[in-house]
Design a protein around this ligand. Sequence first.
Ligand code: GCU
Length: 617
Amino acid sequence: MNSKKRFWIFTTLMSVFFNTVVFAQSTQIINVDNRNTTTLNGVWKYLVDPYEVGYYDYRRVARDTKDNPDKSEAFFLGYRQEGPSERVEYDFTKADNILVPGDWNSQKEKLFYYEGTVWYYKSFDYNPKDKNSRQFVHFGAVNYEADVYLNGEKLGKHIGGFTPFNFEITQKLRAGKNFLIVKVDNSRGIEKVPTVNTDWWNYGGITRDIRIVEVEETFIQDYYLQLKKGSDDMLEFLVKLNGSNADQRRVVLSIPKADIEASLITNSDGIGRMEIRADRLKLWSPEIPFLYDIQLRFENTRINDQIGFRTIEVEDTDILLNGKPVFLRGISIHEENGMRGGRAYSKEDARILLGWAKELGCNFVRLAHYPHNEPMIRVADELGLMVWSEVPVYWTIQWHNENTYNNAHAQLVDMIGRDKNRASVIVWSVANETPVSEYRTKFLRRLIAEAHQMDPVRLVSAALERHTKPGTDNVQVVEDPLQEYVDIIAFNEYIGWYDGRNEKIKTAAFEIEYQKPVIISEFGAGALQGNHGSAEELWTEEYQEELYRETLKMLENITQLRGITPWILADFRSPRRVLPDIQDGWNRKGLISPTGNKKKAFFILKDYYEWKKKQFE
Ligand code: GCU
């Protein structure tokens, strides 16, 4: 142990409401990348089952609710015909291959528009490394609903297309041959989150990594390490142990480059908390995205992580990063790699998308409209890009439906649970463009309050509602009741596209009730890359370029403007966009084409950010 061990403050006082809320509610094992894992990525078998015959019998009774499901038709049993006279109406071993991770739409032409159930099957050998260890199967995400079975036994169901989850499989794994079956259903639903209408492709499948995580009988399931609210030299450190021997256990934290070696003792819930003085910390920022190597030690387990420390606050109409006013030079991004096709999921995908954002001169990205994959957040940490992360509470959610609320809340818990140690994440967003109503505002106020309680050190926002003031031609008013509860007032505006043409931009004015920082979370126009003409001609690069030029000028009139995330970095697939020869199933508001070609507006924004950066240096 380092002799110059920094003096640390050990607080045994368990403040009743310290943010164990996210610990208490989240069952996910975090930082799986740095644990003892066995990947199940690779070639799987799949069967398309639009009538869900593998799950329901002909009376629509779920087969996995019966004592002896009929193995001739219950796909989750992974059976196959053994004798000539046996009737078995499925056989995974003879099915086609599909890659995991990856959506099925971009892998299989026949599944391009498919919405429904696909069964995934993977046989694998497994031999536990230690007879006393425990194993969990961990999914980065499955869109939208997953029913998971190991060796024919149901592990559980997960709902939500963009958040991680894991099921314990200890005692269920056999030494040697096993098989995992996942029923994936990406059907849209009026009561779901998101609901039936979105402006993005409904990619279905096991869209992110899948791994077996092997841990000790009692292990570190979750932990939190960030600067304490309002401090730049006091760390808050929490640990949650999972196992039968979690009470009064010592966990050691070391941060060598900060000369910190500290240890805490867990309580009867297996949760420990302490504050650690850490003066002269090298703070994370877009300019210097410094990440500390940290290590947690518990018994024989070592868990490494890379964590940055910074403060983010609002003060009147300013956003303060490490105490200094910052302007968020952003861009909105969907989780899609247009060049390969389909959902983005890898570090390589993240480096392409965030590399383009850095080329633009961004220090901020709005990851729309759902939690992106973990590599995206890790690469943002490394590259120095602040992140707006959002749950898919999008447009016309079923606000009166308690199940819908619980679904949105669970996705919020798991989004915060996974990324609460990432310096890059500065804003949790609870919604996008949701029509004002009593139920909607109640629903979102609850989510905002939950986000603030689970994570007191980050900002909470949403793309609020804006409308033209009655009796005026072009006064944009933000009267959304939610602006009282968010830390940043954000809204989308499409003057020049959905609202008039480019000449209308010049006369726009804004009335914003609250003196809070303002982010324009979307503006933009469609352009087919390579389609050139006059600046009056829609769908030309010149039209989009002119809209950016005029909008960037006009937005400067909003005195409390502290950031923009124009819509959008790259063209993305959407079933709503069917204009032949121009859209062909793509939303064309990207600054970059699906094949990576930059449009003229890209350089307008790039120049603006170069100018803006100098203003804040
Ligand atoms: C909306 C919405 C986006 C959508 C965009 C558009 O503001 O938030 O998800 O893609 O407009 O119409 O292109």
